[in-house]
Design a protein around this ligand. Sequence first.
Ligand code: HAM
Length: 420
Amino acid sequence: MSVPEFQTSPGMRDILPPESARWRRFVDVFGRVVESAGYGQVMSPLLEDLGVFQRIGDATDVVTKEMYDFVDKGGRHIALRPELTASICRAFVQHRPLTPWKIWYTGSMFRYEKPQRGRYRQFDQVGIEVLGADDPNLDVEVIALGWEFYRALGLAQVSLLLNSLGEPADRARYVQALQDHFEANLDALSPESRVTLQKNPLRVLDSKRPHDAELVAAAPRIAEFYSDVAAAHFEGVQAGLTAIGVPFTLEPTLVRGLDYYRHTTFEFQGGTLDSAQNALGGGGRYDGLVESLGGPPTAGVGFAMGLDRTLLACDDEGVFGAPDTAVDVFVVDTTGGAEALVLTSQLRAAGISSDRGYENRSMKSQMKGADRSGATFAVIVGSNELESGTVVVRPLRAAEASQAAIPRTDLIDHLKKALS
Ligand code: HAM
């Protein structure tokens, strides 16, 4: 087969059936889990003013290097969303809903990253955010819902890493201490991490380079810088998770890639993917973000998880496969196709899913189509059946069951009983 002239751009994918049905079910299950805790769905635009995302922070690759931004025909500088937390905060400022505002979302995000397995330029997330309540119990609720969702998918090898970045002043003192530590040992730092150090000393802790491992391990720990308020909040989160049986590992180097976090940060890691792509989801508190978008001081906490990546983890663990989307009935009509048109329409109206053969193909060819469709029954109409007002119902999945000719008027009742 020759290579087609047009293909998806790098890092972008077509999701075809039956995989697309699996994606939809993923979102359905997520919606069920979080709606049972009082979260409502927000659907917001794919595009925002560039400034909305710039508030995420100018030391974030997502903002400085990976944004799909352009000037539109009206001269506005806009960007395809790289994440949804900033958009949700913008929506909060715009609509001023009652608090706590508990919302969930799903949709595509865009980041100009180097594509590889589990890392794409267009990828989907599901997530939740809660705005307007500063209570460690909420951090616990948010994390627990993520945990419960992974359980609902059947994933067993997910672990939860937990950290707190403290209050902004704690964080600032910590960043200074890190800067001092790494600058005092600059020769021992990889060239890449030296560049990172200039922009954001916290991100040096993220370095997975073996060269940096020793210096990162010897770096000061954030816990030494917590104020009483930050320490109490973090203790509350840990006590809450323990009380409801969500296992976690404290990870003092977990800073995450976005700049808006303060207090709690967390990440869900899969057990089967490469370490660069094993973050299935993550989140934390971002109490200053609404204010930076022009709103009142407002607490915020949430997470997002990657659909693409979580489904790869499901593949690796052999759980949450594509659902069975086969129709109940396949209508084979060898009399020209008009009977199939009427029968499928009647069956669908009665709630029985049905497909059919087209182009007046031979019986053999239509029966092949019936087999391929995965239908439970073929309903066959030939000229004899047409004359006698009957149809033949042939079971396709149960080898021992035999076919039966029944009056057409009884078909729907007959199938309903047989399918129940
Ligand atoms: P994030 O860690 O940037 O956080 O993304 C969350 C998840 O999205 C990741 O754990 C990963 O599964 C998926 N993801 C990110 N980039 C890619 C990519 N290029 N290809 C495939 N999957 C990807 C956020 O986006 C924050 N908004 C989370 C949050 C919500 N924090 C507070 N509230």
